[in-house]
Design a protein around this ligand. Structure first.
Ligand code: NAP
Ligand code: ZN
Ligand code: ZN
Length: 350
């Protein structure tokens, strides 16, 4: 075991505070990683505050990790010391069920192991995430970060990137398709960049008039203020796909009404309280679909990172020291993020 510094929430109502972690020594297939940068996902806030009612305390959040390999186990073949690598939301799964066999570890039928707030399949210990100076992860769940990408800007790809890339691919975003992205936060701004790079016609929906110019700069062809019924009505029955990233409970009907016949709105936002049920007739009369999607598997995450490498895509970030995490959470709740906070772990190493 070795000691690493981190930040943890010790219960749902207390700000995050310094917390020393004992990490395991590398097992045969493990990679030890010095964390350079870790993105701040809204899921970190949901879990630090037990909004999904399943948090094990103390919790060390962080699942958008970019770092350097510092040590590898005897059986590791894919990575060596010095490699620039990433770790996302998953650090293990059963590897034998039908979903795992298809490379869909996020839907593991025996339960995936989360990067934090999970339970290690070997030791039974609770996992601690990337708000820390070092992590140890099985090589099968470690990703290659393309060398041409800025490491800090690449960190959010490990969750915000893959969570938007996977449904955009699944529902066929590309040339000739009109794609809506709802919410311009961490996920939403990656959705805009990725859908644009895939060749779709991209429309961004926001509740924040101050974000209109940014949305266009990030790649949206059109921007709609979702609280303005006239702007919404202008897009009725016209979308092939809508990706909804909103982190709070809201009325889904105004967005469902914008879908064409047979089109889908997929929810990735995971709010504390469920959305009210949408009107059934809005679905029935145009055979519209409402769906969900969870992050992405390891193979698809690597595919997404390579796609971002080819297209030069990273997140628009604001770098913060670890000590500012509680202020960052407060700003995230006010939709005041441009467009992802990324922790520089050097702030914990000094
Ligand atoms: P974020 O950076 O806080 O962005 C959320 C955006 O939603 C805000 O910027 C805001 O955009 C919009 N919004 C917030 N409150 C709203 C409200 N009351 N009504 C309408 N719009 C509102 O959060 P994030 O990190 O992108 O995460 C978004 C959600 O996805 C979270 O719930 C997170 O837990 C979840 N998530 C899910 C997965 C998955 O696998 N399914 C993976 C990662 C994260 P505007 O200002 O543009 O309106
Ligand atoms: Zn996340
Ligand atoms: Zn499985």
């Amino acid at each position: 075991m070795y000691k690493t510094h981190g930040y943890a929430a010790k219960d749902a109502n207390t700000p995050l505070a310094p917390f020393d972690i004992e990490r395991r020594d590398v097992r045969e297939h493990d990679v030890q990683i010095e964390v350079l940068f870790c993105g701040v996902c809204h899921s970190d806030l949901h879990q630090a505050r037990n909004e999904w009612r399943n948090t094990i305390y103390p919790v060390v959040p962080g699942h958008e990790i970019v770092g350097r390999v510092t040590k590898v186990g005897a059986g590791v073949t894919r990575y060596k010391s010095g490699d620039l690598v990433g770790v996302g939301c998953l650090v293990d799964s059963c590897r034998t069920c039908a979903s795992c066999a298809e490379g869909l570890e996020q839907y593991c039928e025996n339960g995936f192991v989360g990067t934090y707030n999970g339970v290690d399949r070997v030791s039974g210990e609770v996992t601690y995430g990337g708000y820390s100076t070092s992590v140890v992860v099985d090589e099968a769940f470690v990703l290659n970060v393309p060398g041409n990408l800025d490491p800090a800007g690449a960190a959010p790809l490990l969750c915000a990137g893959i969570t938007t890339y996977s449904p955009l691919r699944q529902w066929g975003a590309g040339p000739g398709k009109k794609v809506g992205i709802v919410g311009l936060g961490g996920l939403g701004h990656m959705g805009v960049k990725l859908a644009r790079a895939m060749g779709a016609h991209v429309v961004l929906f926001t509740t924040s008039p101050s974000k209109v110019e940014d949305a266009k700069r990030l790649g949206a062809h059109e921007v709609v203020i979702s609280k303005d019924p006239a702007q919404m009505q202008a897009h009725a029955n016209s979308f092939d796909f809508i990706l909804n990233t909103v982190a709070a409970q809201h009325d889904l009907n105004p967005f469902i009404e914008l879908l064409k016949r047979d089109a889908t709105m997929t929810l990735v936002g995971a709010p504390e309280h469920d959305h009210p049920s949408p009107q059934v007739f809005n679905l029935i009369f145009k055979r519209r679909r409402l769906a969900g999607s969870l992050i992405g598997g390891i193979a698809e995450t690597q595919e997404m990172l390579d796609f971002c490498g080819q297209h030069g895509i990273t997140s628009d970030i604001e770098i913060i020291p670890m000590q500012s995490i509680n202020q960052a959470y407060d700003r995230m709740l006010k939709s005041d993020v441009k467009y992802r906070f990324v922790i520089d772990l050097n702030s914990l190493k000094q």
